[in-house]
Design a protein around this ligand. Structure first.
Ligand SMILES: Nc1ncnc2c1ncn2[C@@H]1O[C@H](COP(=O)(O)OP(=O)(O)OP(=O)(O)O)[C@@H](O)[C@H]1O
Ligand SMILES: [Mg+2]
Length: 468
């Protein structure tokens, strides 16, 4: 058996072949031979693995350089040492350029050949180890990342599995991803998971809420501005798109972006370039874009509120998060996940949720989705005096089957309404709930709410709560 492996000797001269075989075998290598390049390729196909190829340059059929070229395509890691003709430096240079690992010149000297072979074999095994190591590192990094991101995303429901699958599949690409779903379904969570599971995870992840800023501010926030571009622009400002260069930008609530802003966004998505406000110079960036909305964008397009071209541009890969009420199987899982989280955070000795409480959680419609569930569990953990969560620790409204305005945050669309209108929404619910609890007796309801009967009557009228 060869000491370190197998060598394929390629030479058209049978005498040279014979002497090389004898010499190499004497030095404990196992050796096969081929008479020219084409023969060598056939040998490699049949005989499988060689550790090194030692090849002449001038040969009929496929010559040494031709062989080298094929080998670099098929087996880029296989070391190849070329034997070049009597002192022609051109051959040696051409061989090295074509990807030879090394060359030896004729007339062949034994020690030179042995030395070259040892060195190339050692180098290639080192390379192989490094590749394995690198893959291993990468795998570890990924599992770490998962621990911080994807593992925190709970879901066994078929629809959620589909969500995870898509997210993992697109993570490593630069494809634009649109995440849709009601408020509190986990859109932000998935956006982060996509970034932290991508090959950009070591680079920036930048979040921008497009619904929260007036158009001009949003523009300067995203694209930046030059000093003096507008009143109040006291210094140059780098925009979020530039900050996110080589990483990911997450544009949240894209459904609320103004039409002027939509035009600008379209261009960045198409060309990955833009100008800062007040500057002519074009800035180029390499940014992965993830967007989210709780609006039905297709309908917004039909209504003329959202640009159709932009819609198609961002809707390359879409991920739809189902509302919690459609993930019945995940409810217990999520409830227990949040229980652990808040028991830990509050250092309480609570061990579970009793059956009755669980049944109530399952029966509820969860208009605020996972966020609402998280809030309900946190509240219960903080309030309870028992070692398990019971029905008594759950909000009354949840047990009535109605949403509790203290728990359901208004959806971000609603919160952009004038304050007066935004407040009307929970006010109506509170009045309705109090009326129901008091069997629609107005005096008692007015007393409970500490308003006079006229005020109550007027509000009932305003909210369409007058029954008869
Ligand atoms: N599948 C899940 N597993 C664990 N936690 C979740 C899951 N989905 C959502 N959450 C938690 O619920 C809360 C709301 O999620 P998130 O902020 O991602 O929702 P969202 O869809 O972005 O809401 P909004 O539309 O209001 O921005 C967060 O605290 C998040 O960590
Ligand atoms: Mg969000």
């Amino acid at each position: 058996m060869g000491r370190a492996g197998r060598i394929l000797v390629v030479d058209d001269d049978p005498l040279i072949r014979k002497s090389l075989v004898a010499f190499l075998e004497r030095n404990d290598w196992s050796v096969s031979t081929a008479a020219h390049g084409a023969d060598a390729l056939a040998r490699l196909d049949e005989d499988g693995e060689f550790d090194l190829v030692l090849s002449d340059v001038d040969m009929p059929r496929l010559d040494g350089l031709g062989l080298l070229e094929r080998l670099r395509e098929r087996k880029p890691d296989l070391p190849v040492i070329m034997i070049t003709g009597c002192g022609t430096i051109e051959n040696a240079v051409a061989a090295m350029r074509a990807g030879a690992s090394h060359y030896v010149t004729k007339p062949l000297r034994d020690d030179e050949i042995l030395h070259a072979i040892d060195r190339e074999i050692e180098r290639s095994s080192l390379l192989r180890e490094r590749t394995v190591l690198r893959a291993e590192n990468e795998r570890l990094r990924r599992s770490l990342r998962k621990r911080f991101s994807v593992d925190d995303v709970i879901g066994r429901d078929a629809k959620m599995k589909q969500v995870f699958e898509t997210a993992e599949m697109v993570a490593d690409t630069r494809a634009t991803v649109l995440i849709t779903g009601e408020s509190g379904t986990g859109k932000t969570l998935i956006a982060r998971a996509i970034h932290y599971n991508s090959n950009r995870s070591d680079n920036p992840f930048v979040e921008v809420n497009c619904g929260a800023l007036p158009e001009t501010l949003l523009e300067s926030e995203l694209f930046g501005h030059a000093k003096g571009a507008f009143t109040g622009a006291h210094a140059d400002r780098v925009g979020k798109f530039q900050l996110a260069d080589t990483g990911t930008i997450f544009l949240d609530e894209i459904g609320n972006a103004s039409s002027a802003f939509q035009v600008k966004l379209l261009r960045v998505l198409q060309d990955r370039e833009f100008e800062r406000i007040g500057q002519h110079e074009t800035v180029q960036v390499d940014v992965r874009v993830v967007l989210a909305t709780n609006k039905d964008l297709a309908r917004a397009v039909q209504a003329g509120d959202f640009r159709e071209d932009l819609y198609y541009r961002i809707n390359v890969v879409s991920i739809e998060l189902p509302p919690l009420r459609e993930r019945r199987d995940d409810l217990d899982l999520l409830a227990n996940h949040f229980l652990d989280k808040y028991v830990d955070e509050n250092q309480k000795d609570v061990r579970g949720i009793d059956d009755e409480a669980l049944a109530a959680l399952r029966a509820y419609a969860w208009p605020g989705n996972v966020r609402e569930l998280e809030n309900v569990i946190e509240r219960a953990v903080v309030l309870t005096r028992e070692p398990v969560i019971t029905k008594a620790d759950l909000p009354r409204a949840l047990l009535d089957g109605t949403a509790d305005p203290e728990v359901v945050l208004p959806d971000p669309g609603e919160s952009m309404l004038p304050l007066k209108d935004a407040l009307a929404h929970p006010e109506k619910r509170i009045i309705e709930r109090a009326l129901r609890a008091n069997k629609w007796n107005r005096q008692r309801t007015a007393d409970v709410l500490q308003v006079n009967r006229t005020t109550l009557f007027n509000k009932m009228k305003k909210y369409g709560l007058l029954k008869d």
